[in-house]
Design a protein around this ligand. Structure first.
Ligand SMILES: Cc1cc2nc3c(=O)[nH]c(=O)nc-3n(C[C@H](O)[C@H](O)[C@H](O)COP(=O)(O)OP(=O)(O)OC[C@H]3O[C@@H](n4cnc5c(N)ncnc54)[C@H](O)[C@@H]3O)c2cc1C
Length: 411
């Protein structure tokens, strides 16, 4: 029996595993011929893009709900090493350290927030990189009324004015006002304050010139203060000092600045890009490697032949579907399917103000406010979810290696 080992069960890993199972069914290959095994840190598929929201209850789906009906084995374990020369992966589980050999590997461990060695950052700053971190932040906010009353009690500093930081900041007043209302706070309660800081000269630099004024309008309307051209010099229990010298008193500091591909990308003897990603060919095989594929945030692919893939579920999900399909083809000596996506969109949540939706690599704004928010909600709550029916064929069909159309503007 041969083994396909999938590392990670996020947008890329989950869909790789389902895509492989689908292709096996299509080729009439049974579990006695090829075994698919997923190793993931938790027993959940996390809809990570929703980690800025106030209600996280629907953002995790048990892996068993998706993988059991299609006969894919899954192990809750922390991958610690990959030995490509021996084709073996080491991981730790509650039971101890284990390792598994593979015939083909799909590496899909995603990305991690980078925390530079700024004094106090590790101890005092929150983030929304994982479900656990996002839940910790929401719990901390829920507990704010029980802190000693101070002018910093309901102040939040969000550091990093990229997409994640903007989404965290624009959602924040809603979270703060809800806990203040629940606590029936006294008239002495200080009004909440949200500050969004970025070292670039603009908030939302990555969203391009067309979207920037829209973002600015939303932040202004919501009352979010901004600080640009600055970073954080230090963080402590009561706030942070910016590199400009300004002191921001805040019981809550959220770090949202900078993503890197998973550090285990270092196990592959190839040159990585500036984000630490592994170069893959259009069939998602790691360049120069024989048995190893990569998908999602760990992989770098000219997605339309020109533009570099973006760390996003927009690219991670199709990369997963194609990697899963191709890994089975590769084992069976069948031709593989190249992935090419000729469209690119972004949809940024702007809290109660709405959202902004752009099309093209130059990020032209095509929708904003409530119309764009409706697209965002469809993406976040429907489009990127796997089927939750438990029906084998429905799950397999959802991984067909085709490129979806962009989200419809009709929403
Ligand atoms: C708050 C937020 C908002 C975002 N908004 C958007 C958006 O609007 N649109 C968009 O396209 N993208 C967005 N992204 C980015 C998007 O979430 C990622 O690009 C996407 O999750 C990448 O998919 P992936 O499968 O490569 O990695 P992940 O989804 O991160 O999955 C990696 C998996 O590997 C597991 N894992 C990691 N390390 C180990 C280990 N050592 N051992 C075992 N398992 C491990 C993790 O638990 C996880 O299940 C957002 C991200 C965040 C944090």
């Amino acid at each position: 029996m041969q083994r396909i080992l999938v590392l990670g069960a996020g947008f890329a890993g989950l869909w790789s595993a389902v895509g492989a199972a689908r292709r096996m069914q299509e080729l009439g290959i049974g579990p006695d011929d090829i075994q698919i095994v997923v190793v993931n840190r938790t027993a959940w598929h996390s809809i990570r893009v929703r980690n800025y929201e106030s209600d996280l209850s629907e953002t995790r789906i048990p892996l068993a709900q998706i993988l059991d009906p299609i006969g894919v084995m899954h192990i809750e374990g922390e991958v610690t090493d990959i030995d490509v020369s021996q084709r073996r992966v080491a991981f730790s589980t509650l039971g101890g350290t284990e390792s598994l050999p593979y015939d083909r590997l799909v590496f899909a461990l995603g990305s991690c927030l980078v925390r530079p060695p700024i004094p106090g950052l590790a101890e005092y700053a929150f983030d929304v990189d994982t479900y656990e971190a996002a839940a910790r932040l929401n719990h901390h906010i829920a507990m704010l009324p029980f802190r000693k009353a101070s002018s910093a009690q309901y102040n939040v500093l969000v550091v990093g004015g990229g997409l994640t930081g903007i989404e965290v900041a624009t959602e924040m007043f809603g979270k703060l006002r809800a806990v203040i209302a629940d606590a029936a706070a006294s008239e002495h309660t200080h009004s909440p304050r949200v500050v969004l800081a970025d070292r670039q000269p603009w908030i939302g630099s990555g969203m391009g010139e067309s979207a920037r004024p829209v973002i600015s309008e939303a932040l202004g309307t919501l009352g979010i203060e901004t600080r640009v051209g600055v970073s954080v010099a230090s963080v402590d229990e009561d706030g942070a000092t910016l590199t400009s010298g300004e002191r921001i008193a805040a019981a809550t500091v959220v770090w949202c600045a900078g993503m890197q591909a998973h550090p285990l990308t270092a196990c592959f003897p190839v040159e990585r890009d500036r984000l630490g990603r592994l170069p893959v060919d259009s069939c998602l095989k790691i360049r120069t490697m024989v048995a190893e594929f990569a998908a999602g945030d760990v992989a770098w692919l000219p997605i339309d032949g020109i533009h570099s893939s973006v760390m996003s579920c927009q690219h991670g999900r199709p990369m997963g579907r194609f990697a899963g399909h191709n890994v089975v083809c590769d084992l069976g000596g069948q031709p593989m399917l190249p992935l090419s996506i000729d469209w690119y969109v972004t949809c940024l949540d702007l809290g109660p103000w709405g959202a902004v939706y752009t099309e093209g690599w130059d990020r032209r704004v095509v929708s904003k406010r409530a119309a764009a928010k409706s697209i965002k909600e469809t993406i976040n709550r429907e489009r990127i979810y796997p089927p939750r029916s438990g029906k084998r064929q429905e799950i397999l069909d959802a991984s067909t290696p085709i490129v979806q159309k962009p989200p419809s503007l009709k929403h």
